[in-house]
Design a protein around this ligand. Structure first.
Ligand SMILES: O=C1O[C@H](COP(=O)(O)O)[C@@H](O)[C@H](O)[C@H]1O
Length: 260
């Protein structure tokens, strides 16, 4: 477990650009050290903002996109191509404009097709895909992702782990079907906290005043069942990337001066 580090940026645009720059550096370093890199993507406004900023960053060409594994932290269980699916939005923001290896883009299964309405079966299939990608040195059923991104919801949810729902209490499975989510759509597929914690680095993104209460709650010792974001941490680093509005309810002693 790594203690949270907090970085506060002026606004959500700067936060997205700075996070994109950080991510490029992290991917380039991992590729130099180990030959490839792995990143877990998030949906939501801040996750897509980061991807859009990455698409605009000239340094994106420093990444070898063919040696990058992409996974998802959660997915809205909807048919392939639905505009509300996280992967559809990620493709529009970045993925369609970079030369990824399609075999390394590990999309969570859609509704319809093979799994029909069975989000639990889709979750099992994704858990099997993760397990197949894990190497002995990962010491567990999921790869040690280089960076796992999480948007923080206004209710403190991360991935599709919502306060008090069964998914956030899961201690064995790495991926679960989520039913009755308070944010539409109600049916989703999500990594669990144990899978999230397998990542070397977990970066939590929150911008805007509607996130201020969630950020303060998660960083002030709330339990993970009530505030799932507080249970999300990486084995080496846990980084909270905020804008000033989202940090507004945090005690000033918790973080250094804001960047310009
Ligand atoms: O529905 C979802 O919401 C969260 C947070 O989204 P935001 O728009 O409030 O930033 C996101 O992290 C998750 O991946 C997504 O499925």
């Amino acid at each position: 477990m790594s203690a949270p580090q907090i970085v506060v940026h002026r606004d959500k645009e700067l936060m997205a650009q700075a996070a994109a720059a950080r991510l490029i550096t992290k991917i380039v370093d991992a590729q130099a050290a180990r030959g490839s890199a792995s990143v877990v993507l998030t949906g939501g406004r801040n996750g897509n903002g980061l991807l859009a900023a990455l698409a605009e960053a000239p340094a994106r060409d420093a990444v070898d996109w063919s040696r990058l594994d992409l996974w998802w932290g959660d997915e809205r269980f909807l048919p392939e191509g639905d505009p509300e699916r996280n992967v559809t939005q990620a493709r529009a923001a970045l993925l369609d404009s970079v030369p990824l290896d399609p075999a390394r883009v590990h999309v969570m299964p859609p509704a319809g097709d093979r799994y029909g309405n069975d989000a639990d079966a889709a979750a099992e299939a994704y858990a099997a895909e993760l397990a197949a990608a894990a190497r002995p040195e990962d010491h567990g059923p999921v790869p040690s992702f280089d960076v796992l991104l999480l948007g923080v919801g206004p209710d403190t949810h991360v991935a599709s782990l919502f306060p008090e729902l069964p998914g956030v209490r899961e201690t064995e499975r790495t991926v679960v079907g989520v039913h009755g989510a308070p944010k539409p759509p109600p049916t989703r597929v999500s990594l669990t906290l144990p899978a999230i914690r397998a990542a070397r680095e977990v970066w939590l993104l929150a911008a805007g005043e509607d996130k201020a209460n969630a950020v303060a709650m998660a960083l002030s010792g709330a339990g993970e069942v009530q505030a799932p974001a507080s249970g999300a941490y990486g084995s080496r680093r846990t980084l909270w990337l905020l804008d000033r509005a989202a940090a507004a309810q945090l005690p000033r002693s918790l973080y250094p001066p804001a960047s310009p």
